[in-house]
Design a protein around this ligand. Structure first.
Ligand code: LLP
Length: 428
């Protein structure tokens, strides 16, 4: 799902989002600003659903629960809700967003290693479809709370299959030393213990081994382990009707990167799960939203380098798009009105630390002060990971639909954030 499959392209020398020229958005909303394409979100949702169309034990097929953490914007969630997607949430805040976007509670899955009692209660009160329980301790607490309400809650046990997902260490979640799930070797005894509790209908298992996976092999290995576990649980007398396979499929961040397609993934899943006879859930995030968004920014100035290339200083920074600073991640960087000239530059933001670097020694379109540019593949784990560091406020978000667009998140300026702060009286 690379550049060929999104709706950001040059027309008459100007980068457009669908039919909207990006300079128009910059003029009307200011920069930096995240710009999402509805058509791309819908296309990705459709392609992912079609890739899984062979699966499922009932007419509905699998549940596709968008990982809200990837892009929690209400308008984005609404687009996906209209595509029939549910939501994978990991906090009370994400749960509220999914509900506010009209996701039916039964299509909401609550994952997360540290759900608080208040969050468990919120999920129970809202009647969500499934909790993915990450530990024995959480299972007992959830069962007690459900029993106290006189209800039986639907749950899966998250298992840690101890598989190396071969991705960045900070986004790997399925190795034994990671905090997620119950170790495979204790899965059966934990399942038996929790399945016996009143208030809890433990109906299956869940996994998620990591994100931005560029290779299907670790997933296939993990699914093989889960298939074996399902068979073992059944042999021990447990009814296993549901398996949640998580998310993780990677996207191309660099022009020319080749990654497994959703169709490749779907074929692998069909092969790995063919005889499981369960209802499957998927939790894709990045593959749906990543290439549906760009971060539009303006060059503040170009500054001569010391002994290296010049610094292109843009008005976006690590607080707006954290991935390069946090993971050393690559985002393609392109001029909105490329002249055809090229340059080699260090692309940096205005924040006062060297970590605020988007790219080093990058060959890119030639840019001068005042030019517009985009960081691509910023629709997932972009705006949602923003902070207000250096009192820069929170960036605005725009959704494009054909030749129209709407501001779907206001810019929150430093003043509004300051308004939430107080100087106590006793400081005078
Ligand atoms: N399900 C669970 C339980 C997860 O923990 C995640 C992501 C997903 C689904 C969605 O994974 P996806 O399909 O998007 O790979 N901030 C990082 C990514 C962290 C992902 C955490 N979990 C980044 O910017 O690369």
């Amino acid at each position: 799902m690379g550049a060929a499959m999104d709706h950001f392209s040059l027309r008459d020398g100007v980068l457009h989002a669908e039919d909207v020229p990006l300079p128009r958005i910059a003029r009307e909303v200011g920069t930096p600003v995240y710009v999402y394409s509805r058509a791309t979100l819908e296309r990705h949702a459709r392609v992912f659903r079609e890739a899984l169309s062979e699966l499922g034990t009932d007419e509905e097929g699998p549940l596709i629960a968008f990982a809200v953490k990837a892009n929690p914007n209400l308008a984005v969630l609404k687009v996906l809700q209209r595509q029939g997607f549910g939501a994978d949430v990991v906090s009370g805040g994400e749960l509220r967003r999914a509900l506010a976007a009209g996701m039916p509670p039964e299509k909401i899955v609550f994952s997360g290693v540290g759900k608080t009692r208040a969050e468990l209660e919120l999920g129970l009160a809202e009647g969500i479809g499934q909790f993915n329980v990450e530990s024995r301790e959480e299972g007992h607490e959830l069962a007690e709370l459900a029993a106290a309400r006189g209800i039986e809650v639907q749950a899966c046990l998250r298992v840690n299959p101890d598989v190396d997902a071969k991705t960045h260490a900070k986004i790997s979640t399925g190795k034994a030393e990671n905090k997620f799930g119950v170790p495979l070797m204790r899965a059966q005894e934990t399942f038996a213990e929790l399945a016996a509790l009143d208030g809890l209908n433990l109906r299956g298992v869940a996994i998620h081994i990591g994100s931005q996976l560029a290779d299907l092999e670790p997933l296939e290995t993990a699914f093989g382990k889960i298939g074996k576990l399902v068979a073992d649980l059944r042999a021990a007398g447990h009814a296993v009707t549901h398996v949640d396979l998580g998310g993780g499929l990677g996207v191309p961040y660099r022009k020319g990167d080749t990654l497994p397609s959703p169709a490749d993934y779907g074929a692998m899943v069909a092969h790995a799960t063919g005889d499981w006879d369960v209802k499957l859930t998927f939790e894709p995030g990045r593959v749906i939203a990543g290439n549906a968004g760009v971060l539009l920014t303006r060059v503040v100035r170009v500054k001569r380098g010391g002994n290296g290339p010049p610094f292109v200083i843009v008005d976006a920074a690590m607080n707006d798009l954290a991935r390069p600073a946090l993971y050393g991640a690559w985002h393609d960087f392109e001029a909105v009105e490329p002249s055809g000239e090229r340059m080699t530059a260090n692309i940096v933001g205005p924040i006062c630390e060297t970590g605020d670097t988007f790219a080093t020694d990058r060959e890119c379109d030639a840019l001068v002060s005042g030019d517009l540019a985009v960081f691509r593949t910023a629709g997932a784990y972009g705006a949602t990971m923003a902070s207000s560091y250096n009192s820069r406020g929170f960036v605005a978000e725009v959704l494009v639909d054909g030749d129209r667009f709407a501001v779907v998140a206001d810019r929150i300026d430093a003043g509004a954030i300051m308004d939430a702060e107080r100087v106590p009286e006793w400081l005078g």
